[in-house]
Design a protein around this ligand. Structure first.
Ligand code: C5P
Length: 401
């Protein structure tokens, strides 16, 4: 009964995948949630409201002018009680209305009245889904922190193959549960996360860099945002998609990253350094492209500043977390870095291990704290690793060390 005491508004629009919404309503009730269904008129042409009423065990809201006997308008009452509004399936129509603040029926009015998180699971024909206006509307929703369960690819009800199928009920349920059960224990905290590789330029077109995708740091930034923190993400040129809801500051070189972090460090509570900062940069920068003249070319390198170490010297109230990407003697090296950089916690990972390290969506890390406690985590998604790290940070803040 993991959703006990959760009040969920389930918005249902007229997509052909509506039958999955019946299943979703039933799963939510089984998990203990109180489910209040709001249907659009088109949805009622596909499924009788009575089906949702019986499954959800609550009246179904269809019309703002013909519902309830209370003095309080029913959409406001629902909106005030809700912990989550989930719209499954979400048609191009509701997406467009939400992106433009249109409230011309019960569901779109509920959508502008709620003050809880919103999740939508779009489902439509592939051409409709790819339509630039639909995509622009979805992007607008994303930027306003609306969680979108992206549609899957496959055979569509309209006879086409492609993207647009409503995602699986299990996936939607999992995302809803995550939203409802993530603690807001970083509310009011300012978190800075560094992520991605740095680029150290030799000349205007060439640089030294590394394989970091930015995924681990982005996962930490997103997790901190979900837990209520105000997040600044200082990122090198990463390949991963940056999370929404955080302030992104793009940098390229280690020196730029250092400047960006020093700029905010004093007003920060927690710093998580997941960036793969280049240890060395070319000693000289050639303003012209270096010519292919000699058989061999030697490029002298000089040391970059160790950002984590300089923060370690400067830190006052901040909790600092670092990463140790190693290929040998994992724990010894990580422990040494924890001390040298005056970190509170270090996440050590063997980047050569299967399922760990760069580019992938999973990681295997061991968390070591300043008291020497070692916690070996199993293979987890980078998202789960991020939450485990933040769990430890929150525990440290609560215990005052
Ligand atoms: O010493 P090493 O690079 O292995 O340490 C890794 C940790 O230190 C990471 O948290 C990384 O972001 C940080 N680091 C840094 N500045 C550097 C090199 C690494 O902040 N120049």
């Amino acid at each position: 009964m993991e959703l006990q005491n959760q009040e969920i508004i389930l918005g249902v629009t007229g997509g052909i995948a509506i039958h999955k919404s019946l299943d979703l309503a039933s799963q939510l009730v089984k998990r203990g949630a109180s489910v209040h269904v709001v249907m659009t008129e088109h949805a009622t042409r596909l499924v009788q409201p009575m089906q949702f009423q019986v499954i959800s065990r609550n009246p179904v809201l269809l019309d703002l002018f013909n519902s309830g006997s209370d003095w309080k308008p029913v959409h406001i009452d629902l909106a005030d009680r809700a912990n989550l509004l989930a719209i499954v399936p979400a048609t191009a129509n509701i997406v467009g209305k939400m992106a433009n603040g249109i409230a011309d029926d019960a569901l779109s009015t509920v959508a502008v009245s709620v003050h809880c998180p919103i999740l939508i699971a779009p489902a439509m024909n592939g051409y409709m889904y790819q339509n630039p206006f639909v995509q622009a509307n979805l992007q607008k929703l994303r930027e306003h922190d609306i969680e979108i369960v992206e549609p899957a690819s496959g055979a569509l009800a309209c006879g086409y193959e492609g993207v647009g199928r409503l995602n699986e009920v299990d996936v939607i349920l999992e995302r809803m549960t995550q939203i409802l059960t993530t603690p807001k224990d970083l509310q009011g905290k300012r978190v800075v996360v560094t992520a991605g590789p740095t680029r150290e330029y030799l000349d205007p077109v060439r640089f030294i860099s590394n394989r970091s995708s930015g995924k681990m740091g982005y996962a930490v930034a997103e997790a901190a945002h979900r837990r209520g923190a105000t997040v600044i993400l200082i990122s090198g040129p990463a390949t991963a998609e940056p999370p929404t809801g955080v302030e992104l500051r793009n940098v390229e070189t280690a020196l730029e990253m250092q400047e960006a972090i020093l700029d905010v460090f004093d007003q920060t509570d927690i710093v998580v350094m997941a960036a793969a900062v280049a240890d060395y940069r070319p000693q000289a920068f050639s303003h012209q492209k270096i010519k292919k003249t000699t058989d061999q070319l030697t490029i002298p390198l000089e040391k970059n500043p160790d950002i984590a170490q300089s923060l370690g010297q400067r830190k006052a109230h901040q909790i600092t977390v670092g990463f140790a990407a190693e290929t040998s003697d994992l724990l010894e090296n990580a422990q040494r870095k924890l001390v040298a950089k005056n970190l509170d916690l270090i996440a050590a990972n063997d980047v050569l291990a299967e399922g760990a390290g760069f580019e992938g969506d999973t990681n295997i890390v061991t968390l070591i704290d300043h008291a020497g406690n070692c916690q070996q985590l199993p293979l987890l998604s980078k998202r789960d690793v991020a939450h485990r790290i933040l769990d430890r940070v929150v525990a440290m803040m609560q215990s005052g060390n």
